[in-house]
Write a protein that binds this ligand. Structure first.
Ligand code: ZN
Ligand code: ZN
Length: 134
């Protein structure tokens, strides 16, 4: 039985879209893929991965844009239509890659892996202690 109090709450900048996710993610990565860079405007995206069916939409309805990743998989990227904040991406295999920086309490995001590290810009100081996912 899942208790709402045990979930992490988050949302977009304007507050139109709100969600909750479980406190035990499948994996937490910094994703340096070019799609994540383009959309986030940063060197990496804080990807908090959970099973998609554990993501609870509390308020609002995000817009989405589906793009094929470098690996050839469909990523349906969700964002607020009002303020443009990135919220999560729905990946194949039933996973959601939630934006850890959209959490109300950012301490819940603690990356354990780097993903697509070879794509990090030269100026970026990466944490080499994290495990690398290719
Ligand atoms: Zn918004
Ligand atoms: Zn990515």
């Amino acid at each position: 039985m899942s208790n709402v109090a045990e979930k992490i709450s988050g949302g977009c900048l304007c507050g139109e879209v709100r969600f909750k996710v479980p406190v035990s993610p499948t994996i937490q990565t910094l994703c340096f893929c070019s799609d994540c860079q383009k959309i986030s405007g940063s060197s990496s995206y804080c990807a908090y991965l959970i099973p998609l069916d554990q993501l609870v939409l509390i308020k609002g309805l995000p817009l989405s844009f589906t793009v094929k990743s470098d690996a050839g998989r469909n990523n349906c990227r969700k964002f607020c239509g009002n303020c443009g904040s990135r919220l999560w991406a729905e990946l194949e295999f039933g996973l959601a890659s939630v934006n850890g920086m959209a959490f109300d309490e950012k301490r819940f995001f603690n990356p354990t892996h780097n993903h697509r590290l070879e794509n990090a810009p030269d100026w970026c100081r990466v944490d080499k202690e994290l495990e690398t996912l290719s």
